[in-house]
Design a binder for this molecule. Sequence first.
Ligand code: HEC
Length: 155
Amino acid sequence: MHITIKHIKNIIGIILFLIASILITSNSYSEQSAEEVIKDRKALFSKNYKIAKRVQSLSNGGEFDSAKELMIKMSENYKNLLELFPENSKEGFKTSSLPFIWEDKENFNLLMQKSSDDMVKLASLIETADDINLSIKQSMWSNCKACHSKYRQPH
Ligand code: HEC
């Protein structure tokens, strides 16, 4: 009798230890992935900024093939960004994302998708556009501004 109770206590002890271990590891795991995810999305936005400037200058220089390649690249980056705003990445790690993103996730994602689609559209029309600067403004720069004004901390 005495031995059985001791035995049960031991088993409960082991189970509690296992649960605690799982909670601790999964928690530090998500902490780490929040840091990773924020780093990744900042890097992608910075990349898109560089690409945007290249798209502008290549298009103005009439180098449409190179410009179009970069437009498609930017479109893909936007699609990857859709996955980089999980619930656990609202704050910390120098994010300048506003919490409003997660209150308005559906519209935020729609705007991200629209920004991606607009770059594909821009690639298809740039060569025959009457006003290159206007087309780039409408299909590229205006989306940066529309999103930042709502979802990013002023800087
Ligand atoms: C659909 C929304 C959305 C669009 C479109 C968008 N951005 Fe952003 N951008 C953000 C958010 C949100 C952040 C803040 C990311 C963070 O710090 O977590 C950001 C951050 C940035 C940063 C700072 C990155 C860093 O290292 O902190 C740059 C640069 C940037 N965006 C440039 C652009 C440019 C250029 C465009 C257009 C070509 C653009 N963004 C389009 C939402 C958007």
